[in-house]
Design a protein around this ligand. Structure first.
Ligand code: ADP
Length: 549
């Protein structure tokens, strides 16, 4: 897959060069890697038909080498004149040209912009093909040139590229004999896999650190590489690795959603392709706050044994780190490089609500478009879990078919689900026999507590358990059912104060979402499976369509 990516990337760029696209924009920190990619395309007759010279420009040195002749080409205008007059087939790589383009609160260099617009036709029509590539660590597009510039995604290094670096390092160290290498082929692959998502320079640093720490390189260093990667990714401020020990047994109820997820486990493997299955795109989980949306998102990572990346959508727009477009692009690239993985976008509505208001000059609209296009077209196995509390503010395009595979609604837990949630939290906390005393986590007690907590969300049930334990702790005795009963009776759940709001989101979900709770948990059964009706658990008053998976 990775090799294909490199050659796909080459072919795409070669086609843009051949088709005379005047300006390409490559946004990356990896100048050397980008330059060697451009050079390898420019020299490849099969790819590009007319091989071209690659001529670089920097503000410090002007046009590089003898190409420039005697003239001073350090200013942007002179460099552009040089490009205009150059006769041979060439690709001009201009480093850091973004400094001439507009930025918040700063005007662009209008002369440079004008000159760029003037040379468009000369680039398109010159007898020998000429293209310009802007190579810069930041993406900044001049408004007046938006139609003439094509942004080319510069993906993070592939498996093969990182493997090459590792093999080179191993070779160098073998010769010097300073570092002991204890890796077979399979272990080398694991090390490289751990470094996916890093730039070449970062991967090299991570390997170097792993080597010097104990004077050897072995499979144990996967941990060092992963730690290094976690740190680097955290520094971007947008993405974060979520390491959680939670699993599906920690989630009470929501069995329908769990089943749907279970059926899609391993769907990114080749064996799924035999069935003609596409990689799942993702799910949108909406619903009442505190009912386990974040909890289940974290548990998927353990169920599927895939890394979980959390995307902070607020930070994409915050302007604290980089431009919003770049942030989104960077996050997507990192997730794709690490794939197969899970990308969790928590409270997605915070980023994409109100995109139709003109408040931010259309930035959120553009990012939203960028995100939707990626969702629709993505081929890499990045499974997106988006969670949202306030769905009504989400733009309708987000909900259209083809974006998410399914939209689930997580409602207030039913009686049966409350039993399960109590069981999870009581089992989690009640470990010490002195605290447990005569209290038993048995069906009768759980049913009793579930009956007292109609309208409670999972987070509130957890609170009941904690507060009940405080009663016993304060009096230095073991806990009793009455402790929990007392707390339940005092507690005013949010669903009471926010009844209107919950009704509204249920109405919304009835039309658009599937219930995360399966049919069998939406009505209540007693031991011998006879139905018993409990006021709050009648199907019709709940949100989400019943489709059981
Ligand atoms: P949401 O993301 O829906 O707002 P969370 O997943 O953050 O809610 O829930 C907060 C906490 O409440 C969880 O960490 C967990 O301890 C408890 N909780 C909520 N729902 C459940 C559930 N279905 N099963 C077990 N615990 C739950």
């Amino acid at each position: 897959m990775s090799v294909e990516n490199t050659s796909d990337r080459k072919r795409l760029m070669a086609n843009l060069f051949k088709a005379r696209f005047p300006f390409l924009y490559l946004s990356t920190w990896e100048e050397d890697r980008a330059l060697s990619l451009i050079r390898s395309i420019a020299a490849n007759k099969e790819l590009i038909k007319t091989p071209r010279k690659v001529i670089t420009w920097k503000i410090t040195t002007g046009i590089a080498g003898e190409e420039a002749g005697k003239g001073d080409t350090k200013t942007a205008l002179k460099a552009l004149e040089f490009i205009e007059n150059y006769q041979g087939p060439a690709i001009f790589v201009l480093h850091d040209f973004h400094i001439f383009f507009e930025e918040d609160g700063r005007q662009p260099d209008y002369q440079v912009i004008r000159k760029l617009r003037d040379i468009v036709s000369s680039l398109k029509q010159s007898p020998n093909p000429k293209n310009v590539v802007f190579l810069s660590p930041v993406l900044r597009l001049p408004h007046d040139l938006e139609k003439d510039i094509t942004i080319v995604d510069f993906d993070l290094p592939t498996f093969q590229e990182i493997m090459l670096i590792l093999e080179e390092m191993i070779e160098v160290n073998k010769q010097s004999g300073r570092i002991e290498i204890q890796l077979d082929e399979e272990e080398k692959e694991k090390l490289v896999k751990a470094a996916l998502g890093l730039t070449l320079a970062e991967a090299e640093n991570a390997f170097a650190r792993a080597m010097v720490e104990d004077g050897k390189l072995s499979i144990a260093d996967v941990e060092v590489i992963l730690q290094e990667k976690e740190q680097i990714i955290k520094k971007t401020g947008i993405l974060e690795f979520v390491t959680s020990k939670l699993n599906m047994a920690d989630v009470g109820g929501l069995e329908n959603l769990k089943r749907w997820l279970k059926k899609r486990n391993k769907s990114w493997l080749e064996s799924a392709q035999k069935y003609g299955l596409p990689s799942p795109k993702g799910v949108l989980i909406t619903g009442v706050p505190g009912c386990g949306k974040s909890l289940i998102s974290k548990a998927i990572s353990e169920m599927w044994q895939l890394p979980l990346l959390r995307l902070d959508i607020g930070k994409i727009f915050s302007g604290i780190v980089g431009s919003s477009e770049e942030n989104m692009r960077g996050a997507i690239q990192t997730a794709e490089a690490i794939s197969p993985c899970i990308l969790w976008i928590d409270e997605i509505e915070k980023g994409f609500s109100g995109i139709n208001s003109a408040g931010d000059g259309g930035t959120s609209s553009r990012i939203f478009g960028q995100f939707l296009t990626w969702m629709q077209e993505k081929e890499k196995p990045v499974f997106v879990i988006a969670t949202a509390n306030n769905i009504s503010s989400l733009p309708p395009e987000m909900l259209r078919k083809g974006r998410f595979d399914e939209i689930f609604f997580v409602d207030l837990p039913t009686h049966r689900e409350r039993v399960k949630i109590f069981k999870v939290h009581l089992n989690k906390r009640l470990k010490d026999p002195a605290v447990i005393g005569d209290f038993k986590i048995k069906k009768e007690n759980l049913d009793f507590l579930a009956g007292l907590t109609e309208g409670f969300v999972g987070a509130e049930i957890e609170q009941v358990v904690i507060n009940g334990l405080f009663e016993a702790f304060y009096e230095e005795r073991s806990v009793t059912l009455t402790d929990f009963e007392k707390i339940c009776n005092q507690f005013v759940p949010l669903s009471v104060t926010q009844a209107e709001q919950i009704k509204r989101i249920r109405d919304w979900a009835n039309v658009r979402a599937v219930a995360a709770t399966p049919r069998e948990d939406r009505v209540d059964y007693i031991e011998n499976n006879e139905e018993m009706s409990i006021g709050d658990d009648i199907n019709s008053s709940r949100g989400g369509r019943t489709i059981d998976f």
